[in-house]
Design a protein. Sequence first.
Length: 184
Amino acid sequence: MGFAAIAGITAAGFIALASVSSSLPGGQIFHAGLSQEQFAFIVLTISGPSAAIGVLLLSASLLPLIPSRWMRVVAGVLISLTTLAAAAWWTIYFVFSFLGVFAFNSVKVTADDGQSVIVKQQGVGPSFGYRIYRQLSPFTYGSSVSGGSGDEEFPTQHCTLASQGPALTLTCGKYTILVPPTPK
């Protein structure tokens, strides 16, 4: 029961956080030091195996309580098929989440006056883009600017942020981007 509870609590927490961050106006995101892709990867790493172990241990202890032999066999086969189907879905989602951790590079950049933005590189292959989220509160960032960098990777690891009153100037490699104040 403990494994099933761990899986349920981690999955419910992730769903609640994702629904809250997507329902906020202006494309706001929640950020606590991890990108959404990294957080999803951690949740899947915890909840997937916990759910499978919990279901298998729980069903192994409950199946002998079924009086009829053929009903025990049918129930065992159904539980096994259901667990395999869920494990296959979880594995596919886990692989794409793992790839998303590396495909979407994000970094937090802070100016000297304490204002900060999250710069998120988007895309792989021939078309790269970026999205910049400006800080609204300690854990909430709002989508402020997005664009494309053409055929080359956007250099998120080499960014500096300068404050010019309410506007910010972000410099990443050869790109200089004016980040306007996010409307409240």
